[in-house]
Design a binder for this molecule. Structure first.
Ligand SMILES: Cc1cc2nc3c(=O)[nH]c(=O)nc-3n(C[C@H](O)[C@H](O)[C@H](O)COP(=O)(O)O)c2cc1C
Length: 246
């Protein structure tokens, strides 16, 4: 079984491809994250966790899910993270929560438009083409129950994960800066894609009803009329979600 969390589709695509290549099934973490009693993985099963890197850490919802699952001795567990550039110690941190045998990172197009511009279209295409090749290699390793750690951590990884990750969770996940402009066409897509139901519709327009969210940025990146903004910085930036330019 493969469990994934995804805001803009990169990790969902990775999980789906790994499921296809290894003859497995992919399931979203969000509806399961707070399941009473957690999930037990029996041996000799195989279990994969796929997620995007946020501020050199795993999303809080993913860490919560990982703490809730029990993996029997003899089962094969692996972790795959997607990131714009580097994962820091996001994956190493998970070792205490989900004792995995192998881990990989895959560079995918950047979706963090609150902080940065999206990658240019040529770089997005190059990353996805490279990811396709990497997925085949990873799938072969999974089928062989290989033991490896092939994660692009980047420089000063330990420091970034130790400092930026908690700061992001404490201060940068506020929903208050989200708003919808008059370009909103009341399609309701933002509420439907929000994995944690932080958005309710009021006369068809989004209202963020939780003080904090995961900051997956699915709502802002997928809005078909670019009506959703976060503070003043996102107006001029591009938008990204997997499959956008197909
Ligand atoms: C809140 C947030 C923080 C991010 N932090 C990082 C980071 O620390 N390092 C990195 O390489 N990419 C970072 N990214 C980019 C994503 O990890 C990357 O685009 C990922 O593939 C998105 O996956 P998804 O489409 O499944 O949501 C961040 C994205 C978001 C939304």
């Amino acid at each position: 079984m493969i469990y994934y969390f995804s805001g803009t589709g990169n990790s969902e695509w990775v999980a789906g491809e790994l499921a296809r290549l290894t003859g497995d099934e992919a399931h979203a973490i969000a509806p399961l994250a707070d399941k009473a009693g957690g999930i037990a993985i029996a041996a000799p099963a195989r279990v994969g966790i796929v997620f995007p890197v946020y501020a050199w850490g795993a999303p809080a919802i993913v860490e919560r899910f990982c703490r809730s699952i029990t993996i029997a001795d003899g089962a094969y567990a692996y972790v795959v993270c997607t990131c714009g550039d580097e994962a820091g110690r996001a994956v190493k941190r998970l070792q205490k929560m989900v004792p995995y045998q192998s881990a990989w990172s895959i560079a995918m197009p950047n979706n963090y438009i609150v902080g940065f511009e999206v990658d240019d279209p040529a770089l997005e295409r190059r990353k996805i083409a490279a990811a396709r090749g990497r997925l085949a290699t990873i799938a072969d390793a999974i089928l062989a129950d290989a033991r490896c750690y092939d994660v692009q951590e980047g420089v000063a990884a330990w420091l970034k994960t130790a400092l930026a990750r908690p700061a992001f969770n404490a201060f940068a996940r506020r929903t208050r800066p989200f708003f919808a402009t008059d370009d909103c066409n009341r399609c309701g897509l933002c509420a439907r894609v929000c994995p944690i139901r932080a958005i309710e519709l009021e006369n068809g327009r989004p209202r963020w009803v939780k003080r904090h969210c995961t900051q997956c940025l699915g709502c802002i990146n997928r809005c078909p009329t670019r009506a959703i903004q976060y503070g003043a910085g996102t107006k001029k930036r591009g938008r990204y979600f997997f499959g956008k330019s197909d």
